[in-house]
Design a protein around this ligand. Structure first.
Ligand code: N01
Length: 549
């Protein structure tokens, strides 16, 4: 006999930045009966799982934080310009306590399927504990980078030493002392981890396939004067952030790297390099992501800086990215990353020309038969980004339509928020929204606010169901693909932005590249035109009203 379903107004997936805010707004502002689920043991989302050494935010903490409550942003003190993972987790713990959120969250519980029940107009969620819960609305805060990529080389289970994943790091302290450590992957996670692990490992071998364009983060302790000035002007800072492509209040971008002379260009690059963070990427020249010749100027600059920092010219050349444009793989930010290769205990191995064939009981064997022996193997090999977390939930919409089938050729969404055939399922920072190309907490607030306003609109209008039309969805998909074609992004051979880090995943752009301000204007227009592109309908007459409606 199937278990009795527990009914709610809304189910929230996840207890990271998105899930916490969604619970707060739906429960405390809309007065709905809400239950959230998270497979993790506590709040934090990505910051719960990614606790590897060196894990740190790369948008300034003062910007990478909630803006919805001025008291919260005034009372919280960040100790560093770019805070490390433990401090972000403390912040989310503070948020959970401050708004009493944990009582509405079921931890250590994974949603294993979500099925739309057309007769009742509700979602049925099953959990790995065998329970069933129903709700009219589902708000997914399942994240964008929360499903680690499965190793695409065999033998990991044969390794006799420890295997660690940056995306699912142990809670207990890990010692690297006197150990031979191997690490695969030089994305943002690998680069942060390598810089730290190099300091204490007996021997660290970095197995690098595609070198990355990493640039300095320029972290520093919080300057009290600057903090006071920012807090005095926080709402203006948030406005400026929301009106910026990446969601940060930077305003010094110049139109074209090709319109200025080489001395001017060098001055701008040096200035942004020294000031750190994403300034070089997003606040130098506006055409670097659109014009290959402009991109070449910054790619040359970064290669030159790498050669200055790495003592051995052959190692420096191996670390210098070539053959794909800067910014088409998500640029990592670093502290002393390149200097790590000047240490005698750090070795760089090229696994592009000589790929990993398999993991053995003692280490890693490369295609030419070379063996590298390790006591510990670290996989920093990335994520099934953006679509992975949603597809992992086994979602079935109207008429038995599976999300895996609907998205077989890549994501199909309207506004990156909802999909046709999947009513009342709000995908916070979903594929084809600005999400990872925007400031996540702000992107999350925008999406949760949109979803909650839609639910409120339905309730006030005597309706219960919202769903995009197939036409609106098709137009959005075409628009996001068209935007990507105008950039250099499709030129990257292995970028998770395009889904091509995962063998067999359709090569489609996973983010909206028109920038957050244009995206928000489109969402506002949709709302002011009475939810243009959506169909709004009543629930069948025999179904119960929402608990508090
Ligand atoms: O993952 P990645 P990540 N053999 O996909 C390599 C966010 N983030 O976890 O490029 C050898 O970037 C792969 O090589 P290649 C941020 O948005 C943020 O590092 O495919 N190598 C690559 O080097 C980031 O972009 C922060 O050739 C293999 C690496 O593994 C996103 O998360 C910190 C391989 C994967 O890099 C993902 O970053 C950390 C193989 N078979 C993460 N398979 C902040 O700072 C894969 N690789 C906030």
């Amino acid at each position: 006999m199937s278990p009795v379903a527990v009914s709610h107004d809304a189910i929230v997936i996840g207890a990271g930045f998105a899930g916490l805010y969604a619970v707060h707004v739906l429960r405390d502002k809309q007065d709905l009966d809400v239950l959230a689920f998270d497979a993790a043991g506590d709040v934090g989302g990505t910051w719960y799982w990614n606790r590897y050494p060196g894990a740190r935010v790369d948008i300034e903490s003062v910007h990478y934080s909630y803006s919805f409550d001025d008291e919260l942003q005034q009372e919280w003190h960040w100790t560093e310009r770019f805070c490390a993972q433990p401090e972000i987790l403390r912040y989310l713990d503070h948020v959970a306590k401050r708004y009493d959120l944990r009582r509405s969250i079921r931890f250590n519980t994974r949603i294993t399927s979500l099925t739309w029940d057309d007769a009742e107009s509700v979602w049925r969620a099953t959990t790995d504990g065998g329970e069933t819960h129903t709700a009219r609305y589902v708000v997914s805060g399942a994240g964008t980078l929360s499903v680690p990529k499965k190793p695409d080389f065999p033998g990991v289970e044969d390794f006799a030493g420890e295997v660690l994943m940056t995306g699912n790091w142990p809670h207990e302290p890990v010692s690297f002392e006197n150990k031979r450590v191997g690490i695969v992957g030089v994305g943002s996670s690998g680069i942060q981890a390598i810089s730290e692990i190099a300091k204490t490992a007996g021997h660290l071998t970095v197995l690098q396939r595609t070198p990355n364009y990493a640039t300095p983060i320029a972290n520093a302790p919080t300057d009290p004067e600057q903090e006071a000035a920012e807090k005095a002007d926080y709402s203006a800072i948030r406005d400026a952030s929301r009106n910026h492509f990446l969601g940060v209040p930077y305003s010094e971008v110049e139109p074209s790297a090709l319109a200025v002379d080489p001395q001017h260009r060098r001055r701008v690059f040096d200035d942004r390099w020294n000031r750190g963070g994403f300034r070089l990427f997003i606040d130098s020249f506006g055409d670097i992501l659109f014009d290959k010749a402009a991109n070449d100027t910054i790619a040359d600059y970064i290669r030159e800086r790498i050669h200055e920092r790495v003592e051995d010219p052959a190692t420096a050349e191996l670390l210098a990215p070539r053959g794909y444009p800067y910014g088409t793989k998500r640029p990592p930010l670093e502290t002393d990353y390149y200097e790590a290769y000047n240490r005698p205990n750090v070795e760089l191995v090229d696994v592009k020309s000589n790929p990993i064939e398999r993991v053995t009981s003692t280490g890693v064997r490369l295609a030419d038969g070379t063996e590298h022996e390790f006591d510990m193997l670290i996989l920093a090999t990335g994520f099934d980004a953006c679509t992975g977390p949603l597809l992992a939930m086994n979602i079935t919409g109207r008429n038995g339509l599976k999300l895996t089938d609907h998205w077989a050729d890549g994501p199909q969404t309207y506004l990156g928020l909802m999909a046709a055939g999947f009513p009342n399922l709000f995908m916070i920072t979903g594929p084809q929204s600005p999400s990872v190309l925007y400031n996540m907490p702000l992107a999350i607030e925008d999406h949760v606010d949109f979803s909650v306003a839609a639910i409120q609109y339905l309730r006030e209008d005597g309706k219960a169901v919202i769903e995009p039309t197939p036409e609106a969805e098709a137009a959005w998909v075409a628009h996001t693909n068209e935007l990507a074609q105008a950039t250099l992004l499709p030129d990257s051979p292995t970028s998770w932005y395009m889904g091509n880090n995962i063998p067999g995943k359709p090569k489609r752009v996973l983010v909206y590249l028109g920038g957050a301000p244009a995206y928000r204007a489109k969402c506002d227009e949709v709302v002011s035109n009475g939810y243009e592109g959506f169909e709004l309908s009543a629930a069948p007459s025999n179904t119960p009203a929402l608990a508090q409606a």
